[in-house]
Design a binder for this molecule. Structure first.
Ligand code: MG
Length: 312
């Protein structure tokens, strides 16, 4: 197999995530494989949701600041993008934060930390958008702190942060790997590394439990029943990690199987699609699907700018 280069990995991670979001969103209406594939084939454009809109926001923030960004910079870009396209299916948190920022002198993080009675959100919103960050900082040993800096613009709860950081870490581990490289032993090694890397007992325990279930050859459906795949980060983030590891060598089959048995389908699609793309590269993603992604050229150009900045 030819060596997959970093450009292919960056494009795979970004486009793979956007496509996962688009296809995942469609499965809410077309809930079996046959009708889903028929509908995707029929459509000229498939639309993305908040997951991709916010991933775009992270990429834009890194690019416009040349990598020197603050949580506040990121919050401003999320906010401006939301005002321009409020119809992207945002959860309740971000709009509430943006509206409050508009009429107070507090920053995004301060407002975000007041949500849910002062606990901050532990939804999967900080995780769903993390692909560009995991790609850009794949060789940076501070990736936990960088992911945290991005998460707290909207999600300040340690469980919300841990999801984003753990997923960013996995993307970073996949960038240097080549397709076909993930043996069972390597997969175990990756899970051990993520267990060590995550900060909260919640994630450490769920990742350990998932590792056992995989070793017992439980089906992904079974894993979903046990750990869930909904809007809480500590369900859908580990689920997306396990789903990726179940069948990492096929973008199409993995994505379709995974979204169809998950609950928060656009977000699980965005997360598992980003992982598959970062591992397999853009060549592994069906081109007839790529061509249908809304604003595909913009996402591609943004990714190439991210790569250019990385190489400087
Ligand atoms: Mg969404």
């Amino acid at each position: 197999m030819t060596q997959i280069n970093i450009k292919s990995k960056f494009l795979g991670g970004m486009i793979g995530g956007a496509l996962g979001d688009c296809i995942g969103e469609l499965t809410f209406r077309y809930g079996n494989e046959k009708t889903l594939l028929t509908q995707v084939a029929k459509k000229d454009i498939i639309r993305y949701t908040d997951d991709t809109a916010m991933a775009i926001g992270i990429a834009e923030t890194i690019i416009t600041t040349e990598g020197n960004w603050t949580t506040q910079d990121l919050g401003r870009i999320f906010h401006a993008n939301f005002n321009e396209e409020p119809y992207r299916g945002y959860g309740s948190g971000p709009p509430q934060i943006f509206r409050t920022v508009e009429r107070s002198d507090k920053n995004y993080q301060e407002i975000a930390s007041q949500l849910f009675g002062g606990e901050g959100s532990f939804g999967n919103g900080a995780s769903m958008r993390i692909s560009p960050l995991g790609l850009f900082y794949y060789d940076n040993s501070d990736i936990y702190e960088i992911a945290k800096k991005s998460a707290v613009a909207t999600h300040t709860n340690p469980w919300g942060i841990d999801g984003a950081a753990t997923l960013a870490k996995l993307i970073s581990l996949l960038v240097p790997k080549q397709p076909g490289e993930l043996t069972d032993q390597q997969k175990n090694g990756i899970l051990d590394e993520l267990i060590e890397f995550s900060h909260t007992d919640k994630y450490k325990n769920i990742l350990k439990r998932g590792k056992e279930l995989i070793q017992q050859n439980k089906s992904l459906k079974n894993v979903e029943r046990i750990i869930g795949s909904g809007v809480l980060a500590y369900t859908s983030v580990p689920f997306s990690i396990f789903a990726f590891l179940y069948n990492p060598e096929s973008y199409k089959k993995n994505l379709i199987d995974t979204v169809l048995l998950s609950r928060d389908r656009d977000t699980v699609g965005a997360m598992v699609g980003g992982l598959l793309g970062a591992y397999l590269g853009i060549e592994a993603i069906p081109d007839e699907w790529i061509q249908k992604i809304e604003n595909k050229s913009y996402i591609e150009n943004l990714t190439l700018k991210l790569l250019e900045l990385k190489k400087e």
